[in-house]
Design a protein around this ligand. Structure first.
Ligand code: GTP
Length: 365
């Protein structure tokens, strides 16, 4: 009998990452950059996932792209720097999550494919999910994560053997705290059975269809770290959890702490950087400012005395002296004049120039 370690198994698994969505909930950040490429704890978000995939022992990665498809290959190339072999498949018209999986079928090399939503930050043990799939001889295995409040998600109950019973829509009274974590292992032949060339959702159509056809669909349940990075508040929280080591990334081993500042940025005296804040390349942070639980992309200027909390500040933004920003998204190249106050989910569009004024902007102002 041949003994398989988790890593030798993983070497014979294709990793498929879905990165073709428009990321509308993160606009205007995603107007110029696809969501998986947004800077998160000092790296494009997707770099953290690729590093986890490499660490688990997978080598061949297929990216299913559509929106701003060219950006991915420009950045990652053939993947060799990460110890991976990356291929890119472009959907001219986005095919949905199920259509995207079917669309990469011709590039699969092995009998098993592990599919990832490209915007999920997860601490799951990928080898353990693969083991559940292979030892359970499943057609499909879903990673299901237990969350404290499942009401905001569709839930996925399983039986005592781990077989998925049904896919339930959001409800006020879910029968289980297990939710779909956006990571699936497929037998290759199951992917062949998905309709080709049409828009199809894996969650709403493919999985329910497999259950009604009697396929063996297993759940791998754990309580690992999990966050869908699709909304600004989750994006900020996920990035700061990475910086603080609450969420794990192989790229940040030995670098975790209260903040992460690129070496090319200049931080003046008396600046307070806390709450897992990350500061990108070439930023200038003025004296006496405080940045808490926020993500600053590259080339941001923060003038003295500004306070930024729970916010995302895109590349090239200027934040004037004594500005207060809380729970906001500031688009690329915008300029926020001195003494302005922005709060409560405000989104400033790229290039907008708010003059010095001391005016308060909030949704209910
Ligand atoms: P929102 O527009 O804010 O909902 O974000 P999104 O477009 O990323 O959609 P969603 O969060 O539902 O997508 C989950 C994952 O699947 C993300 O990583 C998307 O990039 C990806 N995805 C969604 N739709 C498609 C698609 O049609 N094709 C491909 N290739 N990937 C997709």
């Amino acid at each position: 009998m041949v003994e398989h370690t988790t890593e030798t198994r993983a070497a014979e698994v294709d990793a498929v990452i879905l990165v073709g969505g428009q990321g509308t909930r993160l606009r205007p950040l995603t107007v110029s950059t696809p969501k998986p490429m947004l800077p998160t704890a000092g790296h494009p978000f997707l770099s953290h996932l690729l590093a986890r995939i490499a660490k688990a022992g997978m080598r061949h990665v297929v990216l299913g792209t559509s929106y701003k498809a060219e950006v991915f290959e420009e950045y990652f190339g053939d993947g060799s720097e990460l110890g991976l072999e990356i291929e890119y498949v472009v959907e001219e018209e986005a095919l949905g999550t199920g259509g995207a999986i079917r669309n990469v079928y011709d590039r699969l090399r092995y009998d098993t494919a592990m599919v990832f939503n490209g915007d999920v930050l997860s601490g799951a043990d990928l080898g353990a999910i693969l083991n559940t799939h292979i030892e359970g001889d499943a057609d499909v295995t879903l990673h299901l994560v237990r969350v404290p409040d499942p009401r905001a998600f569709g839930s996925v109950p399983t039986d005592a053997e781990g077989r998925v019973l049904e896919f339930l829509e959001k409800t006020e009274d879910p029968p289980t705290d297990q939710i779909n974590a956006g990571c699936y292992v497929f037998k290759r032949e199951v992917i062949a059975g998905i309709d080709a060339g049409r828009v199809i959702s894996v969650e709403r159509e493919v999985f329910p269809g497999l259950l009604s056809d009697g396929a063996r669909v297993l759940g791998h349940v754990d309580s690992s770290y999990w966050r869908d990075m699709g909304r600004p508040s989750d994006f900020v929280q996920g990035s700061s959890d990475l910086v603080r080591g609450i969420a794990y990334s192989p790229l940040l081993e030995g670098k975790t702490g209260e903040s992460l500042v690129d070496a090319s940025s200049g931080v003046s005296g008396g600046v307070i950087l806390v709450g897992g804040t990350s500061i990108g390349r070439g930023c200038v942070i003025g004296a006496g400012s405080r940045i808490d639980d926020s993500v600053l992309f590259d080339g941001v200027t923060v003038e003295p005395g500004a306070v930024v909390r729970n916010s995302i500040i895109a590349a090239g933004v200027r934040i004037g002296a004594n500005v207060r920003i809380q729970d906001c998204v500031i688009g690329e190249g915008a300029s926020i004049g001195a003494r302005c106050e922005l709060e409560g989910g405000m989104r400033v569009w790229p290039g907008v120039n708010i003059p010095d004024s001391g005016v308060r902007f909030s949704p209910d102002a």
